[in-house]
Design a protein. Structure first.
Length: 223
């Protein structure tokens, strides 16, 4: 099975390089890349970049250039306080984009670049505890005043990239696994990591180490 792993944020990619300091770094049109032997799996790692634009680009590039059997996105997300806990692993099964602003008519956010991920190839029970759910994406950290609206849409966490990755993968019929660890919590008033980049970076290292340790078990579970 040919597996490509996309890492989005700079902090996430730096954490991977810290966990695996012997990585030989190359370059793609979108940033750094490397290969990693993880258990019995030979993985190709791409730093795709943060935000929806870079995510859409790297996804199409990987599909066209590598023709993988499976694309995996490992990373972090902000969690909605009261729905998830810091450190939870979220298995993404749906995505929406919430930073589209349209002033000329009524816009149904749930129909705009929304995706449902087919995870029928990933049987129960999952190899590690994971909260399956919807992630809301935007080119923005989670605005506290948006949290009630996003909860109404069914979202439990938010990030910058998953919706773009899922949308492009879906258009190509590519198999995609998104696992995101909750690095910090946000409520209707504040986010615990806002103005505290060090906290985010420290938790990102923990999450990326955990996700890579668990990844071989997820790959073993695929039917």
């Amino acid at each position: 099975m040919k597996v490509v792993v996309i890492i989005s944020a700079i902090a996430e990619w730096n954490a991977v390089k810290e966990v695996y300091p012997s990585l030989q770094i190359g370059r793609s049109p979108y940033g750094e890349l490397s290969s990693l032997k993880l258990g019995k799996y030979d993985l190709t790692l791409y730093h795709g970049g943060w935000g929806k634009i870079a995510s859409a680009g790297i996804m199409q590039y990987v599909i066209d250039h590598d023709c993988p059997d499976l694309i995996v996105n490992l990373g972090t997300c902000g969690g909605f306080e009261g729905l998830v806990n810091q450190g939870d692993i979220v298995l993404v099964d749906r995505t929406i984009v919430y930073d589209i602003v349209e002033l000329m008519g009524a816009l149904d956010i749930n129909s705009c670049y929304a995706s449902s991920l087919d995870l029928s190839w990933l049987p129960l029970p999952y190899p590690h505890p994971a909260r399956r759910g919807l992630i809301a994406s935007a080119d923005s950290d989670l605005p506290p005043d948006k949290i009630p609206f996003l909860k109404e849409q069914g979202a439990i966490v938010g990030d910058w990239e998953s919706a773009a990755l899922a949308w492009v993968a879906g258009k190509n019929g590519a198999r995609l696994l998104i696992l995101r660890g909750v690095s910090d919590l946000v409520n209707e008033k504040e986010g615990e990591a806002y103005d505290n980049l060090q906290l985010f970076e420290e938790r990102t290292k923990e999450i990326m180490r955990k996700l890579f340790e668990q990844l071989p078990d997820w790959l073993d579970a695929i039917k």
